[in-house]
Design a protein around this ligand. Structure first.
Ligand SMILES: [Zn+2]
Length: 115
């Protein structure tokens, strides 16, 4: 389960941010996990629940997950179908079926609330 090491990385990042800002603890953290990031959200949340209480600075931190949707771009005409859950069957512009995903592979620290 590589989510555990991802959570560990997140906590390291949070610790650094907290000390840079002279904050004692992290109250809330928002993370964006794209559908193609290879991250299993449930495992990530579970990992956070396991690891965060072991840290003094993120013990009570609330984890918020955002799931950005990918866009699909047509390789024939360049048309982009924005933010869609399902891969479109064909390009709405030229009818071609060469649509490939753009984005959606992100694992991003979006927002941190500290005090
Ligand atoms: Zn097209």
């Amino acid at each position: 389960m590589h989510e555990i090491s991802l959570v560990q990385g997140l906590l390291d990042q949070l610790r650094e941010l907290a000390s840079e800002n002279g904050a004692k603890r992290v109250v809330r953290v928002k993370v964006a996990i794209g559908p193609f990031s290879g991250v299993v959200v449930d495992s990530f949340v579970f990992g956070f629940k396991v690891l965060a209480p072991n840290s003094d600075f993120a013990r009570d931190a609330v984890l918020q997950i955002e799931r950005p949707l990918p866009s699909y771009r047509c390789k024939d005409c360049g048309w982009t179908v924005p933010d869609t859950e399902m891969r479109p069957e064909s390009c709405p512009s030229c009818g071609g079926d060469g649509l490939f995903p753009v984005g959606g592979d992100e694992l991003l620290l979006m927002q941190v609330e500290m005090e």
